[in-house]
Write a protein that binds this ligand. Structure first.
Ligand SMILES: [Ca+2]
Length: 333
């Protein structure tokens, strides 16, 4: 019976799975890649952010190794972020027919983990390495991105008709947004897992499955990635995320999970196996009640916008029982 309960608890506690960065994917630079496909959500036109953790082998099999790619080079459509002779290059084909790109001065082909991000807000492109703005370019006008809706999105290689340009090394924590994330947003959450519900997040592959050939998309769009041609799971990971789990969040009563904790943008509060509806009360450090809700499902989304920076204390109770069921604490950055 205990075993059955434990199994159910694990199955219905998604935050536990979100909370740990346990693996990445290793690509051989020959043909390994993750295929994601042609879902319409990736036909991004106005604003975009591409993000990933990468560990690039010092010797690549080609000089244009693709990292996140939906580029149709022949028809001048799409976007990608890739290695370019050891630099990072972020490219968007825009509505005036240009293949605008930014290339970093910094080289990252050093067999070490780096976080990379490219953003475009319809006018300005920006390229970040390890949370620092590396390059930016003003297109002096407003231009949308042209995409080929039939061009598959892929990780670690291109489905471009001309050349695949496979990547050699490891990739982790791939995120695609249909907003241009600002520098503070990129810096704050590059070392932290996300809830998957963040505004503008349209693709989120954590690569924590560590088995079989399926990489789940933790965003609400569920565009599952398929590991192809021997792309291999690896226990080597690029960042130590800030997520905390049971024993740190819960200060009394039953287990409760909040991820990420500290709350930076959005965090999921996993109420576990409580009898619903649960009443969630949150107090600031002065003891003032600042948040109150009745949870109708066992996962509640907390948003940064609802809190000031500080330490908070919460309690969860249930109308059918007296007293609280659990108390917990968390930090808002
Ligand atoms: Ca991972």
């Amino acid at each position: 019976m205990k075993t059955k309960f434990l199994l159910l608890f694990i199955l219905f506690s998604p935050v536990i799975l979100l909370a740990q960065n346990t693996s990445s994917i290793r690509f051989d630079g020959v043909d390994d890649h993750v295929y994601i496909g042609t879902d319409a959500v990736f036909n991004i036109s106005d604003s975009i952010t591409l993000e990933a953790w990468v560990k690039c082998d010092s010797i690549q099999t080609n000089n244009f190794a693709r990292i996140i790619d939906k580029l149709d080079y022949a028809n001048k459509k799409g976007f990608n972020i890739r290695l370019d002779y050891g630099s990072v290059l972020f490219q968007c084909f825009i509505s005036n027919g240009s293949g605008n790109n930014l290339r970093s001065t910094k080289k990252i082909q050093d067999n070490k983990w780096h976080h990379i991000a490219g953003t475009y807000d319809s006018r300005i492109m920006r390229l970040y390495i390890d949370g620092k703005l590396e390059k930016f370019g003003d297109l002096v006008g407003t231009f949308s991105i042209n995409v080929n809706s039939q061009q598959p999105l892929a990780i670690a290689k291109s489905y471009d008709s001309a050349t695949a340009n496979p990547f050699k090394g490891s990739i982790d924590e791939v995120r695609i947004w249909n907003t241009a994330r600002d520098s503070a947003q990129i810096r704050k959450v590059k070392d932290s897992c996300l809830s998957g519900n963040e505004k503008g997040l349209i693709g989120y592959w954590q690569f924590n499955e560590n088995k079989d050939t399926v990489a789940n998309d933790k965003s609400k769009y569920n565009n599952t990635g398929i590991l192809k041609n021997g792309a291999a799971w690896s226990n080597n990971v690029g960042f130590k995320e800030l997520c905390k789990t049971n024993g740190i969040n819960s200060i009394a009563g039953k287990a409760v999970f909040l991820c990420p904790n500290p709350l930076i943008e959005e965090s999921l509060l996993d109420l576990g196996q409580y009898q619903l509806p649960s009443i969630v009360l949150i107090y600031n450090a002065y003891g003032q009640l600042v948040f109150e809700t009745t949870a109708l499902s066992n996962v509640l989304l907390l948003k940064r916008i609802d809190f000031k920076s500080g330490i908070y204390f919460g309690s969860i109770s249930n109308k059918t029982m007296s007293g609280y069921l659990t108390q917990f604490k968390f930090i808002v950055q």
